[in-house]
Design a binder for this molecule. Structure first.
Ligand code: NAD
Ligand code: WQD
Length: 337
């Protein structure tokens, strides 16, 4: 298959490019490098010993998209490109609607013109909002509590409407839980800009000596040890879920799949696992709860297991090992910012 990957120079996109190339697909990446790195694509080539094409352009640039669709003629699109920082979306919602929603409309317009009928879209468990029951399954009501989450739900609905127009179209929505980890080669991984918002990169930077201590937001939640609990999914397992979503025929023309490991891990459990793997003590301090945080959530991903041949194969130990290798080999990420 020829696959256009939007946002392919980013964290999840680069890992997915590796798995696509390993599976024998042809890959074209469009990325404006607002949060991605061309170096990550060089590393993808290095890991796979395969070529991939790349254009530095914005998905809101209709001409750039038309050119790719007319020359590369993709069979499918995997759509990662977008902005993902919750706090930034609260401060600047219009930018999020413009890039995430506007970018997706621009992409679907180009696909329609070119007759490209299949899209796999990166959505998020954040669309569910406050849990009415756990684990979340795909039938759980959606009620995102910030602009970032609302852009994801709007795009899901736009893709649904788009598939209704033509029976040849297929839209697969993957709702990711908490993606973490890095490629086992240590060549590609997550490079947060500035101070990490998310737990795993923060722990890795404390272990690597780049930050003095971890702040743990809340220790009185109703969880096994009082700290927040999440469903951490290894980024390579997540990447493989996209291959599953492209390959199989059991999916409906519009389908939604949870992609998680199906179990939750608390902040303290993750810290102690990381200490064990790295051999480095992680200093931490307790702070009050972070605004908007939920106590715990995890996925029921049984629909994805049943409808695709996918199942996560990597555990929390693998996640810590691979994150630590990436951190040690690349203490300043790709070394650019
Ligand atoms: P990322 O920022 O590393 O990757 C996104 C890529 O898109 C970047 O390389 C960026 O340069 C590019 N991009 C952004 N706007 C663009 C535009 N207008 N035109 C072209 N390229 C553009 O993020 P990620 O963690 O790899 O996330 C990928 C997708 O998965 C995003 O849509 C994100 O919302 C979604 N997601 C991520 C998580 C997570 O925790 N990482 C969880 C759920 C969903
Ligand atoms: C995990 C746990 C924190 C940092 C966010 C987005 C979500 C999604 C993934 C895209 C929580 C605690 C964290 C720290 C801490 N992305 N924590 N100290 O909040 O589940 O999800 O990223 O769709 O939309 O909201 O992930 O890694 O930030 O937090 O104690 O320095 O770690 O309170 O319990 P979260 P996270």
């Amino acid at each position: 298959m020829r696959v256009l990957v939007t946002g392919g120079a980013g964290y999840i996109g680069s890992h997915t490019c590796v798995e696509l190339l390993k599976a024998g697909h042809e890959v074209f990446v469009i990325d404006n490098l607002s949060n991605g790195h061309e170096t990550s694509l060089e590393r993808v080539r290095l890991i796979t010993n395969c070529e991939l094409q790349f254009t530095n352009a914005d998905i809101r640039d209709a001409n750039a998209l038309d050119k790719i669709f007319n020359t590369f003629k993709p069979d499918s699109v995997i759509h990662f490109a977008g902005l993902k920082a919750v706090g930034e979306s609260v401060a600047n919602p219009l930018m999020y609607y413009d890039v995430n929603v506007g970018g997706s409309v621009s992409l679907l317009t180009a696909m329609s013109k070119a007759g490209c009928n299949k899209i796999v879209f990166s959505s998020s468990a954040t669309v569910y909002g406050k849990p009415q029951y756990l684990p979340y399954d795909e039938e759980h009501p959606t009620n995102p509590v910030n602009p970032y989450g609302r852009t994801k739900l709007i795009i899901e609905n736009i893709i649904n409407d788009w598939t209704e127009v033509d029976t040849n179209r297929k839209g697969v929505i993957l709702r990711y839980f908490n993606p973490v980890g890095a490629h086992e080669s240590g060549q590609i991984g997550e490079e947060p800009i500035g101070i990490p918002n998310n737990l795993m990169p923060y722990i890795a930077q404390v272990a690597g000596g780049r930050r003095e201590h971890l702040n743990i937001f809340g220790n009185e939640y109703d969880t096994s040890d009082g700290t927040g609990a999440r469903d951490y999914i290894h980024v390579v397992d997540l990447a493989l879920a996209h291959i599953g979503a492209l390959n199989q025929n059991k999916l409906d023309m519009f389908d939604v799949l949870n992609i998680g490991a199906g179990k939750s891990t608390t902040v303290l459990e993750l810290v102690s696992n990381f200490e064990e793997i790295s051999g480095v003590p992680i200093k931490f301090k307790y702070l009050p709860r972070r605004e908007g945080d939920l106590a715990a959530f995890w996925a029921d991903s049984s629909k994805a297991f049943e409808k695709t041949s996918w199942k996560p194969e990597r555990n929390i130990n693998n996640i810590c090992e691979d994150t630590w290798r990436w951190q040690k080999l690349n203490p300043n990420g790709y070394g650019i910012k």
